[in-house]
Design a protein around this ligand. Structure first.
Ligand code: FES
Length: 156
């Protein structure tokens, strides 16, 4: 695992030692460990000479930047109106039953976190969800088990 300080320094060198580097740094940390905690935010703020509140403001604006550790696979079910009307609640219920967790939780083995997200831009093929960066569309409750099975047994 790459050290957070190294990630910050590499991005600051590439993008400039100021606010321009903020989003790339946040993205790189998320890529590395899937979340950006308060300690990371303070380190970023010091490196870029901006306030920690600034960093937190930007990080909390983006729903894809998590503040707490998540599972190996992060599931994001679209909660916006079109997917809602197309049966998103059945998909969510199936995921909760299958994973034995509720929305917002992580499985005990840390394999999955179950979250909701705003519109993914896949409304015409909803209900939709992402697992990590992979989109799933036209979802049906009966398909969920097979999809989860693939991730449960994947080796990273
Ligand atoms: S409403 Fe679900 S992807 Fe747009």
């Amino acid at each position: 695992m790459t050290n957070i300080t190294t990630i910050i320094q590499e991005n600051a060198t590439r993008h400039g030692n100021d606010r321009k580097a903020l989003i790339p740094i946040l993205q790189s940390i998320v890529k590395e460990k899937k979340y950006v905690d308060r300690c990371d935010m303070v380190s970023i703020a010091k490196a870029l000479d901006i306030s920690a509140a600034d960093v937190y403001g930007v990080a909390s604006f983006y729903s894809f930047i998590e503040e707490k550790e998540k599972g190996e696979n992060v599931i994001r079910v679209c909660k916006s109106i079109t997917c809602e009307m197309k049966g998103k609640h059945k998909i969510l219920k199936e995921l909760e039953d299958l994973l034995h967790i509720k929305l917002g939780e992580t499985t005990h083995d840390k394999k999955f976190s179950l979250l909701e997200t705003n519109c993914l831009g896949l409304c015409d093929v909803g209900p939709a969800m992402l697992i990590n960066e992979n989109p799933y569309t036209h979802l049906k409750a009966e398909e969920i088990s097979d999809i989860i099975h693939k991730y449960r047994h994947s080796v990273k």
